[in-house]
Design a protein around this ligand. Structure first.
Ligand SMILES: [Zn+2]
Length: 183
């Protein structure tokens, strides 16, 4: 198991739809040893908002342009070229929900969710727009947080009413307080 402390946001830099297969082909050709069957990113969010797993979370990706960051991060790419067009509403909704989910499971603080351009060793404009600010300004990160808190509280209530599972309830309680204090 690796310790994950960071999320890195990307755009794919390509305008078209349904890019997953092409990205897998490109990344496999570019880094055949590292990624025989996957993407350099852990997750691709299509324009429809659908998320595609690029590689498992436990596996180190090759997306940040900074090796130390690669070792401890999850790379999420949004399909599109945000110099030419904006991310879709559905993509932003999914990005907020996936971010809250990954952060809750791995105890990643909001300040450790980064844009590619802020972590890469050599300059890049990726992802061209400040996705973090957009998620904040549009209230998406807050509503994804509230949704997750409600889910966690429901699981806790359900568990408490059927079983006395102190350890599981304690773990859920920790997730709730992490989310409440860090986001
Ligand atoms: Zn990038």
């Amino acid at each position: 198991m690796r310790i994950i402390t960071t999320i890195v946001y990307h755009h794919t830099g390509i305008s078209g739809d349904n890019q997953a297969e092409g990205i897998i082909r490109n990344h496999t050709a570019k880094w055949p040893m590292q990624f025989p069957h996957g993407m350099a990113y852990h997750m691709l969010i299509e324009k429809s908002g659908k998320t595609i797993e690029g590689r498992p979370e436990f596996s180190v990706g090759y997306h940040a342009g900074n090796w130390l960051t690669n070792l401890v991060s999850i790379g999420i790419a949004l399909e599109g070229n945000f110099i030419e067009h904006k991310p879709t509403e559905a993509q932003l909704d999914s990005l907020a929900e996936e971010t809250i989910d990954i952060c809750t499971r791995n105890k990643i603080r909001w300040e450790n969710v980064r844009l590619h351009r802020d972590v890469r060793d050599t300059p890049t404009t990726c992802p061209c727009v400040d996705l973090k600010r957009i998620l904040e300004k549009t209230g998406r990160i807050e509503s994804a947080k509230q949704k997750k808190l409600e889910q966690l509280r429901n699981v806790k209530k359900y568990q408490s009413s059927f079983t006395v599972n102190i350890l599981r309830n304690w773990l859920i309680e920790r997730k709730i307080s992490f989310l409440e204090t860090q986001f």
